[in-house]
Design a protein around this ligand. Structure first.
Ligand code: SAM
Length: 371
């Protein structure tokens, strides 16, 4: 008999119904939530599947061949995604990040990128369109992604040592292939490139300095992410979190750093520049330092649920509106009403609450919502 634990409540099914408000909400591009935060950044997950099995995100013991991934019919089509994205843009979104799962596993993703690249902000400007990837398919796809209108990429890379990297992705994927993918992205003009490294104490903290040395002076911005308590399957423990302050101190001891100002409001990473002017790094401290106050991000799941926080336990189902003949104006009003009611600030409340208290239940998985 298998000892695999099947969750009692599938978070993808438990959802809130998105309603059309009785009074239409005009799309002025100036929408604010209950705490006055604007809507600027939309993250769209295009698949819940990934070819890696990083233990902090999609541990093999849970995400095995029997895992109930979403059926194709549940996924939003490219037309549905673009139609929704357009309503978000009407309400102020300026940046779209495609994510997953592994977004490059979604067939013909370039077609979606072309559609999104045709959208314009309320001021008539093109959107900032970017993508987060594990880099495994980037070497093959970089040129086509750029041609379709993708502007830049963020590549997740947790170490340079091949053995460490293969163990962390847990599918024996070689680091050289990801490095080739990063090079292909650079050659295709998909920059400025960012690299995200999740630091897990006891697993890859000895890769911090080699990674910093490798990317210093290349124009690529390396960002260190604290291992987060997202989802419910990664067995998260605080003692495996390496606080960003420690990461900065470690690098500063060998490669002196100076703190830089944020480049935009709501930016997730704190910026540090090399004192010799040879570039910068970032640290994302979602565990040790809350950054909810300026959070302007909305997250759309693969099957069309709108999440207002990475640590939310439920999303608002927009797909049923899309598939029920709702007009664009009503769809936009429904999205606006949800955003206006948003008062989430999980990270700020976390310190004073028991693990699940602020979200009222089991949190959504990172591989489903996309980070
Ligand atoms: N497959 C793509 C990739 O690898 O970038 C996109 C999806 S992945 C869920 C997005 C980002 O979330 C990656 O940089 C990954 O390292 C990060 N991530 C996943 N689980 C995490 C956790 N528990 N703590 C911190 N970051 C995590």
């Amino acid at each position: 008999m298998s000892d695999r634990v099947i969750p009692l409540v599938d978070q993808r099914i438990a959802s809130l119904v998105a309603r059309i408000p009785s009074m239409p909400i005009a799309a002025t591009g100036l929408l604010g939530d209950a705490l006055g935060r604007p809507l600027r950044d939309l993250r769209i997950s295009v698949t819940d599947r990934c070819n890696f099995r990083c233990s902090y995100c999609m541990p093999k013991s849970i995400f095995d061949k029997d895992y109930p991934y979403l059926p194709h019919s549940a996924l939003l089509s490219f037309e549905e995604i673009t139609r929704l994205a357009s309503r978000f843009v009407d309400h102020g979104v300026q940046k779209i990040r495609l994510t997953g799962g592994e977004p490059l596993l979604r067939k013909n993703l370039e077609i979606l990128i072309e559609q999104l690249a045709a959208l314009r902000t309320t001021e008539g400007r093109p959107l900032d369109i970017t993508l987060t990837t594990n880099g495994s398919l980037l070497e093959r796809k970089a040129t086509a992604l750029k041609a379709a209108g993708l502007q830049r990429v963020t590549v997740s890379l947790d170490g340079l040592d091949d053995a460490v990297f293969r163990a962390m992705n847990d599918v024996d994927f070689p680091v050289a292939d990801v490095l080739n993918g990063i090079e292909a992205a650079r050659a295709a003009g998909l920059g400025p490139i960012k690299i995200n490294m999740v630091v897990k104490r006891g697993t890859n903290e000895h890769e911090i300095l080699p990674m910093a040395r490798h990317f210093k002076g290349t124009g690529i911005v390396l960002r260190f992410i604290e291992y987060m308590d997202v989802g419910a399957t990664n067995g998260w423990r605080m003692d495996e979190v390496m606080p960003s302050a420690e990461v900065v101190a470690k690098i500063h001891a060998e490669l002196p750093l100076v703190q830089l100002d944020p480049s935009s409001p709501g930016e997730t990473a704190e910026r540090w520049g090399y004192a010799d002017g040879s570039g910068e790094i970032g640290v994302i401290s979602s565990v040790t330092q809350a950054f909810c106050r300026d959070c302007n991000r909305a997250r759309l799941s693969t099957e069309g649920k709108l999440y207002l926080c990475l640590f939310a336990s439920q999303g608002h189902d927009l797909r049923h509106l899309l598939r029920n003949g709702t007009s664009d104006a009503d769809l936009g009003s429904a999205i606006a009403a949800i955003w206006q009611g948003r008062d989430d600030r999980y990270s700020e409340l976390r310190a004073s609450m028991p693990p699940d208290a602020s979200t009222g239940g089991r949190r959504v998985e990172m591989s489903y919502i996309g980070g």
